[in-house]
Design a protein around this ligand. Structure first.
Ligand code: URA
Length: 279
């Protein structure tokens, strides 16, 4: 693979993992800029594809390099920002190399790790990448993602302050449901992301996310509207945006569910100030 392209792809994957701001840059020039601006934080080496074995450094600001912990620290297991980023980077590299599901690995354009704020209070978990996500390497960027963006905005959030991932990190062919074996194979990565981000709240979008995360077989219609617990996180399950595209009247149930979450977070749903996401 062309070196410039390999570096670019790797850095873009770090960006998608929420680890780096590389907007509007490319390949080697980006690497040069990064090295010029670097702090002393060492991150794992670029993958073999880039043909580079030495370590490079990333651009954490001074503030980010402090040992500041999550404002909602659950205690001694909580990681500081630098540790979260390092852990997410490690996981994203493991995911990129993963071939546990041979069929998925053979059919993917790329893996779709997850994006967002390593210190997000709220984590979203969807089902699996679709065709658009497989192409772009980012969760929820297709039609369902556009609807999700509208929902995010209605809640007064931006994509950048959330953390968004899926049960699977590869696209199942023909958009079929993930098999239990595929979900089990991907579980260590999901749990790794949850542990690193340590969100206070998790929203499971749809049956696959809800049933897999919580090891439940209850239909989503009976799981929605109340909190479950996963580790320290309060988990709210609701309908998937793709279901809402097929069945728009169900949007009112999703809004009811999200109002429960917002109130739990101390936000009055009638006084939401909307913000714009970058994407
Ligand atoms: N549906 C999902 O569940 N996840 C995505 O990333 C895209 C569509």
């Amino acid at each position: 693979m062309n070196l410039n392209r390999a570096i670019e792809q790797t850095l873009q994957s770090w960006k998608r993992a929420g680890l780096l701001d590389v907007s509007g840059c490319s390949g080697v020039s980006l690497l040069e800029r990064l090295v010029q601006r670097t702090s002393s934080v060492t991150v794992p080496s670029l993958p073999e594809a880039a043909g580079i074995s030495e370590t490079v450094t990333t651009t954490l600001s001074e503030k980010e390099e402090t040992n500041e912990v999550h404002e909602d620290s659950a205690g001694e297991t909580d990681m500081n920002l630098k540790e979260r980023k390092t852990r997410l980077l490690e996981l994203s590299e493991q995911v990129a190399a993963c071939k546990k599901c041979a069929g998925l690995a053979a059919g993917r354009t790329q893996t779709v790790f997850g994006v967002g704020n390593p210190r997000a209070k709220v984590m979203f978990i969807g089902e699996a990448p679709g065709a658009d996500e497989d192409k772009q390497g980012e969760p929820f960027v297709g039609r369902a993602g556009k609807l999700l963006n509208t929902i995010i905005e209605a809640c007064g959030w931006t994509r950048e302050e959330l953390y968004i991932c899926n049960i699977l990190r590869c696209r199942p062919d023909g958009n079929r449901n993930p098999t239990p074996i595929e979900a089990a194979n991907c579980r260590e990565f999901l749990d790794g992301q949850i542990e690193a981000v340590n969100p206070k709240y998790i929203v499971c979008w749809g049956t696959i996310a809800a049933q897999n995360l919580l090891n439940e077989s209850t239909p989503i219609g009976r799981m929605r509207g109340k909190f479950y617990k996963y580790g320290r996180a309060k988990v709210l399950c609701t309908y998937h945006p793709s279901y809402l595209l097929r069945n728009p009247p169900a949007k009112k149930f999703v809004w009811e569910d999200l109002k429960i979450l917002l109130r739990e977070m101390g936000v009055d749903p009638d006084k939401i100030v909307k913000k714009k996401s970058d994407s």
